[in-house]
Design a protein around this ligand. Structure first.
Ligand SMILES: C[S@@+](CC[C@H](N)C(=O)[O-])C[C@H]1O[C@@H](n2cnc3c(N)ncnc32)[C@H](O)[C@@H]1O
Length: 309
């Protein structure tokens, strides 16, 4: 083997090892998953029925996959810190997360902040374009524009939604909060030019720091599915809305939460589909509920808060 061959062999050894470590962490420490993967690769590489084409394709795929894992998770995730830990809420185990995925205390137990991959998926120009050009106009068509008034955005992230609430929905003022202080710093910078029309704070959707019936509209761009007790968040949005105020929500449904559990840090227990979310909206005190669903994966909802009890 020449020098280039040795370098290539060493490189695929490293990326293959990265992949096995990632599989181990993502399967919550299952040696069986790692062994099955390794056995499948060994068969593909050495079996008589395998061809040079299969060997090259499998080698290329493993190398590519290893690089993607390294870029998406970072080396820290592959270190010995990346072990599974249990989250306790009082006496009960509420979830399993990797120790290097940040968690924050909330009114409804600990909530997971975005992991690196989801942060990258949320904080990029394509996501901003989709939010401004597709999601906000869709919700505005479903529920109508605001013509002034004060709106609240829960889990506002870096403030792209808040901009759309002012520009697309026509709110006079927008307030927003997020569990993640880094997101709030970015939102404040993004809307610094809007004067007193935008205000942000670090806060929890399960215990909204606002008086009853203080907003004309509440916006949820993909946040409630992050809450271990999402019904509590829904009840809170209802509490802070004025009667006849409107909730606009874009949500990730149970099947997508399940399918992405290896990559994204979401609570897995008691998730909702579109029908379940609509039932919960009615239970929380909403009326005139409208829903558009896409491939059982994401859905858009608008709902009007009923009269105060
Ligand atoms: C999928 S991101 C969406 C961010 C933003 N709304 C957007 O569409 O770009 C979910 C956001 O909810 C925040 N979050 C998660 N749990 C929360 C909670 N209990 N209270 C407030 N924000 C929360 C996360 O920090 C994150 O910024």
């Amino acid at each position: 083997m020449d020098a280039v061959g040795i370098a290539g062999w060493f490189f695929s050894l490293v990326t293959g090892s990265v992949l096995l470590t990632w599989l181990y962490n993502e399967s919550r420490g299952s040696i069986l998953v790692v062994a099955l993967f390794h056995a499948a690769v060994a068969v593909a590489f050495t079996s008589d029925i395998s061809s040079q084409y299969v060997v090259n394709a499998a080698g290329g795929l493993i190398t590519f996959w290893g690089i993607v894992v390294l870029v998406a998770t970072g080396p820290g995730y592959l270190s010995r810190r990346g072990k599974v830990v249990r989250l306790h809420d009082g006496g009960t185990v509420t979830d399993f997360v990797h120790r290097d995925r940040p968690v924050a205390p909330t009114a409804a137990g600990r909530s997971m902040l975005l992991n690196r991959l989801e942060a990258a998926l949320m904080n990029n120009p394509v996501r901003a374009l989709i939010q401004r050009r597709v999601e906000a106009p869709r919700l505005a068509r479903m529920g109508g524009r605001l013509r002034g008034g004060t709106a609240l955005e829960i889990g506002c992230g870096r403030g792209v939604g808040a901009e759309a609430i002012l520009d697309v929905f026509g709110a006079q003022t927008v307030h927003g909060f997020d569990l993640d202080p880094r997101a709030i710093a970015r939102a404040r910078r993004r809307l610094a030019g809007r004067g007193g029309r935008a205000r942000f704070w670090v806060g929890d959707a399960a215990a909204i720091a606002a008086p009853d019936q203080s907003y004309d509209a509440v916006f949820d761009f993909g946040v409630l599915h992050h809450l271990p007790q999402w019904r509590l968040g829904l009840a809170e949005t209802c509490r802070v809305l004025r009667p006849a105020g409107c909730l606009y929500a874009e949500e990730v449904l149970a099947s997508l939460v399940r399918q992405t559990r290896c990559f994204l840090a979401h609570p897995q227990e008691d998730r909702f589909d579109a029908a379940g979310f609509q039932l919960a909206l009615a239970d929380a005190g909403f009326q005139a509920i409208r829903c558009v669903e896409l491939a059982h994966s994401v859905a858009w909802f608008v709902a009007i808060r009923g009269p105060a009890a």
